[in-house]
Design a protein. Structure first.
Length: 318
């Protein structure tokens, strides 16, 4: 009984800690704390000087590329939804995606955007089907992203020789082991989950290059391109290949650490760690990350219109 009581007290305290961590104020504190630490370690005057050199035409291209991502996100979600016999129009899905991108600027992008997508379409399908479609849609992107990290693994070890490369290689190896374990135990996993989970596994486990995986590959390539364009627009890149190779792990780190508001601070810290072997100095890396994030914010702003229209329609139905 004493052990049970002790376990209950530990669980209770852990739950309270998690509740505090989920608080928007906690997220804001973490974001500001990370940015404060980074600014104290970097030459902010130099970063401002680098940002002043941004080519407006390149910034416009980055924003346009971000705008093209939203229809791709919507199409991927539509392909997944159709596998679940969900009849959701492309326009509905595009509106939910864009609104989620806008709301994601005010909280942890991964968590807030998924909640927004669900709220925007919750009256169009059953909760189980809708949540399953979102999970599959999200996992599709993660599978492709981590596959890219694994495929680029040889370049992490041979193109550079310092500790960030070893860290990246080790992380990629752990991801590969995790994927292998899941694959070996997939029958056991299927027996532990319900119908929705089985549908998700069926869609994700289709052999060959399924449509949603192809779209995920295009999306990840465009995100990588945007990071490269940010560096090019600042006149920082002499050799593109090291940067291209190292950007996917940065994107992967953001999906594993949805702890700050709109990934500010986390993205810059991850970029500093991972892009160190690219030849860019720390101030240049942070400036590139700031341009990348800011252009996405600009592209997400029209999502506010979809959010307002969706809210009015929900009230009309109510």
């Amino acid at each position: 009984m004493n052990l049970d009581n002790c376990g209950n007290r530990i669980n209770s305290r852990f739950s309270r800690i998690l509740d505090r961590f989920r608080s928007p104020w906690t997220r804001l504190f973490i974001t500001l704390g990370l940015l404060a630490v980074l600014s104290s370690q970097l030459d902010m005057t130099n970063i401002a000087r680098i940002l002043e050199t941004l080519d407006p035409a390149t910034a416009t291209v980055i924003i346009a590329t971000n705008l093209s991502l939203f229809p791709l996100f919507a199409r991927r979600w539509q392909l997944v939804a159709s596998e679940l016999q969900l009849t959701l129009s492309f326009r509905q899905l595009l509106g939910a995606i864009w609104a989620a991108a806008f709301v994601g600027q005010f909280g942890p992008t991964l968590l807030v955007s998924e909640a927004t997508r669900f709220q925007m379409l919750r009256k169009q399908a059953s909760a189980a089907q809708l949540v399953t479609s979102q999970i599959v849609d999200r996992i599709s992107g993660q599978v492709v992203l981590f596959a890219l990290v694994l495929l680029l693994l040889p370049f992490y070890g041979f193109s550079t020789h310092d500790w960030p490369s070893k860290l990246i290689a080790g992380t990629a190896g752990l991801v590969g082991i995790a994927v292998l374990v899941v694959w070996l135990t997939k029958q056991r996993i299927r027996s532990l989950i319900g119908t929705s989970g089985k549908q998700a596994i069926r869609i994700l486990g289709k052999r060959g290059l399924s449509g949603h995986y192809c779209l995920s590959l295009v999306i990840q390539c465009l995100l990588t391109l945007n990071f490269c364009l940010a560096a090019i627009g600042l006149g920082l890149v002499d050799q593109l290949f090291p940067l291209i190779v190292l950007i996917p792990p940065v994107l992967a780190a953001l999906t594993l650490l949805p702890i700050t508001i709109s990934d500010w601070g986390t993205r810059e810290a991850a970029a500093l760690l991972v892009l160190a072997p690219s030849g860019l100095n720390p101030e240049s890396i942070v400036a590139t990350s700031l341009v990348y994030g800011s252009c996405y914010v600009v592209a997400s702003l029209p999502g506010g219109l979809f959010l307002v229209r969706g809210g009015f329609r929900a009230k009309d139905r109510g």
